[in-house]
Design a protein around this ligand. Structure first.
Ligand SMILES: Cc1cc2nc3c(=O)[nH]c(=O)nc-3n(C[C@H](O)[C@H](O)[C@H](O)COP(=O)(O)OP(=O)(O)OC[C@H]3O[C@@H](n4cnc5c(N)ncnc54)[C@H](O)[C@@H]3O)c2cc1C
Length: 442
């Protein structure tokens, strides 16, 4: 698709600089621009660009898409009612929980979804520049204390761009985050996953296919699941994901596993083609990163490992995190509408540590308990004997699986007072107190 506008030139300075125009970057940029901030977004890729993903939008994601004003657009493409779970000799259709997050989801291929989100940022007033890879960061560490890192500017090839605040939304590998000390800890659970697109006569089926009993060609059970997300445009997104830790790495070739899985669901989904565009990627999960913020910078989305360990979903947390970060940046004294042009000399927060402590504290307050318990539950799944034991028990009961889907999709709202919500919150609180590695640690 050819863009009508010519590419904006790289500015010498900007108020907020966002690196990465995936869901996290575009949401942060949209909310900041709507609040009247001067925002520049840089992305290394030329849009529309692909991103290895299942393309699924949970009710939690749809709530954010609604807030951005794009809910009807996504639901018009396809509205998903819930999950068709299969495994261990059982089949259960579980509607999405009809709670605070709303009872419907969607699925939009990322070439389309991310481009639409990018457009929302542009419409809000952000300047978005494609094909601009950030290659360096200029920073100040006062007194040698890493907590006090202030970013002065970023480098795009030979061009220096000064900024007052830097948002690091550069995805799973987070090259810019790494330059600033962000570290991913693989001793806690992470996933390796592959996706493909396949033509299907059931491309507009309003239920996600989710196979909890994922077997390889030799019949061995894998610690993960297979999915089929109908896209409503002639194809389904078909993929597999396996959980792992550094101690128990996934011993499986996920692309091969995907092709095998496609054969097993071929008739059920009336597939009319072979899996195409097969790609795989890693997923950091459950806040298993340290160094997610400095005085005037913060990491969001995959860069902050904001992915649900129990279902591999991260678009919801990328969009939500973007909104929360934008609110935090706008709430900082002296930063909103200050009209200051002395980029790099900002003084955030009443404590004087700026985003360094405020951002990880907000992430922990928002996701701490739910990620901690999800991390522990996902870790159990990496033990080879756990799933064959627990799977058949869970799948026997509609009530149990309904509760499981609600917890796994993290759609238990703070206001929910029923027994499942209370139990999940209590388990989350215990898990976060016992956690050996705190989420979003320093
Ligand atoms: C196989 C698979 C299936 C998944 N399925 C789902 C699903 O169904 N639903 C769901 O919610 N989540 C899913 N996820 C997770 C989801 O894809 C991510 O959580 C989500 O993309 C995170 O968004 P983000 O904006 O943080 O990062 P990204 O979407 O990765 O965006 C990062 C952007 O940063 C840019 N960038 C990187 N480096 C630089 C640089 N140096 N300079 C400039 N730009 C840079 C990149 O070009 C990219 O556009 C899946 C992930 C995988 C791997």
């Amino acid at each position: 698709m050819e863009r009508m506008q010519s590419r904006p030139t790289l500015p010498a300075s900007t108020d907020v600089l966002v690196v990465g125009c995936g869901p996290a970057g575009s949401a942060t940029a949209t909310w900041l621009a709507r609040a009247g901030r001067e925002v520049t977004v840089l992305d290394a890729a030329e849009f529309p660009r692909d991103k290895t993903c299942g393309d699924g939008l949970t009710p939690r994601a749809m709530l954010e898409v609604d807030r951005l004003g794009l809910g009807a657009w996504a639901r018009d493409r396809i509205t998903i009612q819930g999950l068709d779970l299969r495994g261990f000799g059982h089949r259960r259709r579980i509607p999405w929980p009809d709670g605070d997050h709303g009872g419907t989801g969607s699925a939009v291929r990322r070439t389309v979804f991310d481009d639409r989100m990018r457009e929302a940022a542009v419409s809000a007033g952000a300047v978005v520049i494609d094909g601009a890879r950030v290659t360096g960061v200029e920073r100040d560490t006062r007194g040698g204390d890493d907590d006090d890192t202030t970013v002065r500017a970023v480098q795009v090839g030979d061009t220096r761009i000064a900024c007052r605040t830097l948002v690091v939304a550069d995805g799973v590998r987070s090259p810019v985050g790494k330059m600033l000390g962000r570290t991913w800890h693989r001793d806690t659970v992470y996933a390796v996953a592959a996706r493909s697109y396949v033509e299907s006569r059931r491309h507009d089926h309003p239920w996600i296919g989710s196979d909890l009993e994922l077997r390889d060609e030799a019949g061995g059970i894998q610690p993960g699941y297979g999915w089929v997300f109908p896209l409503g445009d002639g194809e389904v997104n078909l993929g597999v994901g396996a959980l792992a830790t550094a101690a128990r790495p996934a011993k499986v070739a996920v692309k091969e596993l995907l092709r095998h899985y496609a054969r097993t669901v071929h008739d059920e989904w009336e597939l009319t083609g072979e899996p195409r565009a097969v790609t795989s990627a890693l997923l950091p999960m459950g806040g298993a990163v340290s160094g997610v913020a400095g005085r005037n910078w913060a990491a969001v989305g995959d860069a902050a490992a904001c992915v649900n360990p129990l279902n591999g979903e991260g678009i919801d947390y990328a969009l939500e995190g973007g909104r929360l970060l934008a609110e935090l940046i706008c709430a900082e004294p002296g930063s909103v509408g200050s009209g200051s042009t002395s980029y790099g000399s900002t003084s955030y927060g009443s404590t004087g540590t700026g985003l360094t402590r405020a951002w990880p504290e907000l992430l922990r307050a928002t996701y701490g308990e739910s990620f901690a318990i999800a991390r522990d539950a996902a870790l159990l799944l990496t033990y080879p004997r756990f799933l064959p034991f627990a799977g058949p028990i869970g799948m026997r009961s509609q009530t149990l699986m309904t509760a499981a889907v609600r917890c796994m999709s993290n759609t238990v709202a703070d206001s929910d007072r029923d027994i499942v919500a209370r139990g999940w919150r209590a388990a989350g609180s215990l898990a976060s107190r016992l956690d050996r590695r705190p989420l979003f640690a320093h």
